[in-house]
Design a protein around this ligand. Structure first.
Ligand code: PHB
Length: 389
């Protein structure tokens, strides 16, 4: 009963805060809720690297309004993300939210619907994140976009029997689902699906089980920040020497960890939306600027922060600085731009990002390990939503 009362009061506060005269302010407040400590700290660091670079390059004034960031740490705990987002909406009166990993984005999405505040998804790669509120717009990626493409590529390039190693949470389930559908349809066989806990993973026992099943290929989804440990254990267990190919969405050859992975990772083929080696002038400037500001290589996660800020800035230009939630989301729908990852747009029907997916192979280039792109699938939509139509 008490819980119901509290919830009703909170909902009333959310609605009241959204009804304020947002057009009258000179400042646009952007609340950024990310995992800056805890299990997925590496993700939060890359997002903030992208957000801060965008603001360094583009200044803090848009359409006559000053952009004020309010950055908060969700400690990689979804309940904390929800509480912080609620405080940001009710107390700080933020006009826009930037959300993080899938569980946090799921926790925040209903608040954006109640308060009619746009929620720019900077990390979550889970399809349904945009379906949980009409105010959610994705600047990140989906696991499905990448996993179907690598599934077909693997079947066409000699993989017949695969063991899946999947981090056990929503984006992992989607990577497995979409990969399995595409790979088996193209004639491949899935021998086993092994689910590894998200928190403090030890991949060794799973890699042993995978090896015992005698596959020719391992399909792996693990989140950013865990790739270094995974590849070390893959090599330590001798799976590379046993001739077992490693494939997956881009997370396993994360640009952040890649430089320290060693030669055991060379030749690994993945499908991803971003490589620090992407050949364009826009990306060259991005990598240089990012390294200079943040002291590390940008990875696929960082683009959600950088392009997320671009979406916010450009939407504000279109609304002439109005922070009305419906106007901002309307302005984001259909927006197109050249990102460091390549050309992107926001699907006006689903509010998902539509982007190129590149098939890449790890190579040593001028002494450093990179994902070198060799095939491009243009303007890829989220396949899970596409299948529902
Ligand atoms: C997610 O939150 O959906 C997520 C996070 C990290 C990844 C992939 C997906 O590497």
């Amino acid at each position: 009963m008490l819980r119901h009362l509290v919830t009703a009061a909170a909902a009333a506060a959310l609605t009241a805060s959204a009804a304020g005269p947002s057009f009258a302010q000179d400042t646009v407040k952007v609340g950024i809720v990310q995992s800056l400590t805890g299990q997925l700290t590496a993700v939060g660091k890359q997002i903030m690297g992208g957000v801060n670079l965008y603001m360094q390059q583009h200044g803090n004034t848009v359409a006559g309004k000053k952009i004020e960031l309010v950055v908060k740490d969700d400690t990689t705990v979804p309940d904390v993300a929800r509480r912080i987002a609620q405080e940001l909406i009710v107390n700080d009166k933020v006009n826009i939210l930037g959300t993080g990993i899938t569980p946090a984005t799921f926790a925040i999405a209903p608040l954006t619907a109640q308060s009619k505040i746009p929620g720019v998804i900077m990390v979550s790669g889970t399809s349904s994140a945009t379906e949980r509120s009409p105010y959610m717009v994705r600047a990140s990626f989906t696991l499905g976009q990448q996993s179907g493409i690598i599934g077909e590529w693997a079947a066409k390039n000699g993989s017949k029997k695969v063991v899946i190693v999947q981090s056990d949470w929503a984006p992992g389930a989607e990577a497995t689902q979409v990969f399995s559908e595409h790979f088996t349809k193209a004639g491949g066989q899935i021998a086993e699906t092994l689910k590894v806990p998200l928190a403090n993973p030890d991949f060794s026992p799973f890699l042993q089980r995978a090896r015992d099943a005698n596959p020719d290929t391992l399909f792996v989804f693990i989140p950013a920040g865990q790739a270094g440990l995974f590849v070390k254990q893959f090599v330590d267990r001798g799976l590379d020497k046993a001739g077992i190919k490693l494939i997956g969405p881009g997370d396993v050859t994360d640009d952040d960890d890649l430089p320290n992975m060693g030669d055991g990772i060379i030749g690994t083929v993945t499908a991803g939306h971003y490589s620090a080696d992407h050949q364009s002038a826009t990306n060259k400037a991005y990598v240089e600027g990012f390294k200079k500001l943040n002291g590390m290589r940008p990875n696929f996660i960082s683009l959600g922060g950088y392009d997320g800020m671009h979406l916010i800035y450009e939407a504000l230009k279109k609304t002439n600085g109005s922070t009305d939630g419906d106007a901002l989301v309307g302005a984001m729908k259909g927006m197109k731009w050249e990102s460091p990852r390549g050309p992107v747009s926001i699907d006006p029907d689903t509010r998902d990002i539509v982007q190129n997916i590149y098939v890449r192979k790890v190579e040593r280039k001028a002494g450093e390990l990179y994902n070198v792109e060799f095939a491009t699938f243009e303007a890829v939509k989220d396949p899970i939503k596409a299948a529902k139509k």
